[in-house]
Ligand binder design. Structure first.
Ligand SMILES: Cc1cc2nc3c(=O)[nH]c(=O)nc-3n(C[C@H](O)[C@H](O)[C@H](O)COP(=O)(O)OP(=O)(O)OC[C@H]3O[C@@H](n4cnc5c(N)ncnc54)[C@H](O)[C@@H]3O)c2cc1C
Length: 371
């Protein structure tokens, strides 16, 4: 049985960021990933937006880690040549009544510590984005887009240079605490076993299942994940907008509203919508094309429905159902549950990509006392 200081479960953007950060401290790290490559799940099925941290509850992990993560992400991109662009984003109000909501959003963002935001009149929005019709707007110049695959490849390379080992086709199937170590059985061909002092559960959509493997009652502790699917529809031809354009979010939910998603190649998608599912399945329902188009046409009236086609989907690992209160990320050393050094990361939905470098630093601070 091979022994490591830290075993990380999951090679998505969060697990890989943690592997880099922790191996930078000179600790021995192994990452076990059930798929044959990295980032094949939520980390490659999202909007690839570097969020500025506008929407979250001030003081929450989502707010703090998004804002710190954005700053670190931009630094990493600049230092290491990871493709990104600070496109800017405008949240647009359609009615006068929504303008009050934009002002409230601005105050919330400022309380969270987000970068400077500017209120725009409808005319100013139209001058910046001629295809957009709005009664007012809120400009976030610090929002951008990133090539997530390049970011993950960078984290992986950098962790491996530090000596970390990443094993693919290696689903973690058993976790047994024994003599101050965690013994981990992988369901690979050779039935490999590892032992580690610390375990980081970064298993994304399966993080509640992995917590259960360690003996945690997920229902009792509020760790049960629900699957909230989001679909995207591609817009053919040249994008009519150069920034990310969002509607005012409906109050209460975790959904930011169907918006424009531009990528680094300049093409445009609309999405993601939101509905709960019971299985992980990524087909796109063509019946959702018209409602998606209708949402965006409210602020881009010249958009033609004939140019839209189903594109891809992703699934949010949610700790709450529709109508329930939005929950924060769970990032917790489970010492109080009798599992010291077992660090759970549960409900890492958006802004998990943006927050990844800051989540990694936070996790590293939880790991240090054990090693
Ligand atoms: C529709 C959508 C849009 C989004 N848009 C944005 C955005 O624009 N900006 C942003 O900041 N965030 C966004 N997010 C959120 C972001 O994508 C996630 O927070 C982030 O990708 C989570 O990364 P992760 O590493 O935690 O999870 P994942 O990428 O899901 O990685 C978890 C890994 O664990 C592995 N695993 C699971 N179980 C086991 C096991 N038993 N053994 C071994 N391996 C296991 C999986 O195979 C997987 O590779 C969006 C999410 C969705 C769904």
């Amino acid at each position: 049985m091979e022994k490591f200081d830290v075993l990380i479960i999951g090679a998505g953007v969060v697990g890989l960021a943690c592997a880099r950060e922790i191996s930078n401290e000179g600790l021995s790290v192994v990452v076990a990933e059930k798929n044959s490559s990295f980032g094949e799940e939520t980390s490659s099925r999202n909007s690839e937006i570097i969020h500025a941290g506008l929407y979250y509850k001030p003081g929450s992990l989502k707010a703090k880690l998004c804002i710190e993560g954005r700053r670190r992400l931009v630094e990493l991109c600049r230092e290491h040549g990871i493709p990104f662009k600070l496109t800017g984003k405008i949240i647009v109000s359609i009615t006068e009544a929504e303008t009050g909501q934009l002002e409230a959003l601005k105050r919330n963002a400022e309380e969270c510590g987000a970068d400077t935001l500017t209120m725009l009149t409808g005319k100013e929005v139209a001058a910046m984005e001629p295809a957009v019709t709005a009664s007012s707007g809120l400009l976030s110049p610090g929002t951008g887009i990133i090539d997530t695959h390049s970011l993950m490849a960078f984290f992986l390379r950098s962790a491996e240079e530090n000596g970390a080992i990443v094993v693919f086709d290696s689903p973690v199937e058993e976790i047994t605490p024994e003599d101050g170590l965690y013994r981990i059985a992988l369901g690979d061909r050779d039935a490999t076993r590892f032992a580690s002092r610390v375990v980081v559960n970064a298993a994304g959509l399966n993080a509640d299942g992995v917590a259960e493997m360690a003996g945690i009652d997920t229902d009792k502790h509020g760790y049960r994940l629900h699957l909230a699917k989001g679909e995207y529809f591609r817009v053919g031809g040249k994008s009519p907008v150069s920034r990310l354009i969002y509607p005012v979010p409906k109050s209460g939910g975790g959904h930011l509203g169907i918006h424009t998603v531009i990528d680094l190649a300049g093409s445009l998608k609309l999405g993601p919508n939101e509905y709960y599912v019971t299985e992980i399945e990524y087909s796109v329902n063509p019946d959702n094309l018209a409602p998606t188009y209708d949402s965006v046409r409210k602020f881009i009236p010249g958009l033609e429905i004939s140019g839209l086609s189903p594109d891809m989907s992703g699934i949010r690992p949610r700790l709450y159902l529709k109508g329930e209160e939005v929950r924060d990320f769970v990032i917790c050393d489970e010492r109080d549950k009798g599992l010291p050094g077992f660090i759970n990361l549960i409900g890492i939905e958006s802004p998990g990509l943006t927050a990844a470098p800051a989540i990694a630093r936070h996790v590293s601070s939880l790991v240090k006392p054990y090693l």
